[in-house]
Write a protein that binds this ligand. Structure first.
Ligand code: SF4
Length: 436
């Protein structure tokens, strides 16, 4: 039974009770959100190492996903395992294995072994690369794709990206659209090329009922991918993007009717002034399905620092209702990220998610910030380190830049928090010369 089916039957599962505790909510609230399809809990029972259950959706804290995985020319599985560990250590709520090079099932197995958080994958990569190794990507069959999806479910994958909205109708609209950057989704591009070459409908769309059967069997949450997402500000919120979103909304209805948990993926490169609109139309057209966005990136020109640009867009999108932010690393648009890049990406997006939680009025986020401010004013350094989003980094910088005073080395004896209080209490004045 899926989390959605259990919720509809009025059952509170172990995962629901866990996330209720984590979110500071009553388990019944979580159950109701899952039953309404407004939140999902990706939790495949075959994922034995999954201990940190996560709910993604309305009224919950904003989550962060970290993508890792080998590429065609960079295959170092143990480095990917290290990336998973670092991502989780810095607070990633889910991890996606996007490996496209090496022994994909074996790499996934290694990653599953260390993934205490939900693991997502994009099965089209494996199906297409299997076909390419045999003959060509155009040789992939619909059955082969469904077999790969089933294998991911058996192995314990908690959610899968399926670009089921890249239909022939959407491609027709795409061909008539004056786009700057065409199709930038790897999975969406592979599918579009396959469909155009063979003149056939997208197998994920044509065989959606078969896909639902598999997803229900393993309680794999469907993450309906945005294969036609804009890859540049010039293409943002254009007709192909919205055409695909309309289809994703219909497919989300079908998934929920079949007892399958579903969320919707979103852009992508979106100017800051269109972010709110994008979140609102996604929620409206999909029956308020959880919204999992890629960034959003509000500029095309921050290469080397796209994690900062993405965090700015992500914070705003989170405020307006996006539920999970897929991180962007400094290596975005430039190469496969290193372990350090993964850390920097997670850090940037955890900050963005926390900022969004504050803007959404999350009580626990506000208490944390209030306590931090109080500790800061008291110059209580140990409390500040405990409350910091990244305590070890905060502690390291404080110690590296240590001072003799009770304050930090920024203002030292001129620290206004110290000085004004001392004057008010008529205590020893730190700026006055001591008598000999
Ligand atoms: S010394 Fe300056 S920067 Fe440091 S705690 Fe005091 S006011 Fe803040």
């Amino acid at each position: 039974m899926t989390q959605l089916e259990a919720a509809r039957k009025g059952r509170i599962t172990e995962a629901m009770a866990y996330v209720a505790e984590r979110e500071g909510k009553h388990p019944e609230e979580i159950r109701a959100l899952v039953a309404a399809g407004r939140a999902v809990i990706p939790a495949n029972p075959n994922h034995r190492t999954l201990t940190r259950f996560t709910a993604i959706g309305e009224g919950l804290t904003v989550k962060v996903n970290a993508n890792i995985g080998t590429s065609y020319d960079y295959i170092r599985p143990e480095e990917e395992v290290e990336k998973v560990k670092v991502a989780i250590r810095y607070g990633a709520d889910t991890v996606m294995d996007l490996s496209t090079g090496g022994d994909l099932p074996a790499i996934r197995q290694r990653i599953l072994e260390v993934a205490s958080v939900p693991l997502g994958t994009v099965p089209i990569y494996e199906a297409e690369f299997r076909a390419a190794a045999r003959k060509s990507v155009f040789d992939m069959s619909a059955d082969e794709l469904l077999e790969v999806i089933e294998a991911h479910g058996q192995q314990g994958v908690d959610y899968i990206t399926v670009h089921a909205g890249v239909t022939q109708k959407a491609l027709e609209r795409y061909r008539n659209a004056p786009r700057t950057t065409g199709i930038v989704s790897r999975g969406g591009g592979l599918l579009a090329a396959w469909m155009l070459e063979r003149g056939e409908e997208n197998p994920l769309y044509a065989r959606f009922d078969d896909l639902l059967d598999i997803a229900r069997t393993y309680d794999m949450t469907l993450s309906l991918g945005d294969g036609l997402r804009p890859g540049s500000l010039a293409d943002a919120t254009d007709r192909p993007q919205i055409e695909e979103l309309l289809t994703l909304g219909e497919l989300a209805d079908r998934a929920r009717a079949a007892g399958v948990q579903v969320m919707i993926e979103g852009p992508g490169h979106i100017p800051l002034n269109e972010i709110q609109t994008n979140v609102e139309i996604q929620k409206k057209l999909t029956g308020h399905a959880p919204f999992y966005i890629l960034g959003m990136l509000p500029t095309d020109t921050a290469a080397g620092f796209d994690h900062i640009a993405g965090a700015i867009g992500g914070a705003l999108a989170g405020w307006h209702g996006a539920d999970m932010l897929c991180y962007v690393t400094p290596a975005e648009h430039l190469g496969l990220p290193s372990v350090e890049h993964v850390k920097e990406g997670v850090v940037a997006f955890k900050i963005a998610a926390h900022i969004a939680d504050l803007a959404r009025g999350n009580p626990a986020a506000w208490v944390r910030d209030q306590r931090m401010s109080q500790a800061r004013y008291r110059l209580d350094w140990s409390a500040q380190f405990e409350l910091a989003l990244f305590p070890e980094d905060a502690k390291r910088i404080y110690r590296e830049r240590a001072t003799q005073t009770k304050a930090c080395s920024m203002c030292g004896p001129f620290c206004p928090m110290n000085l004004v209080e001392a004057v008010l209490r008529r205590e020893e004045r730190p700026l006055e010369a001591k008598e000999a």
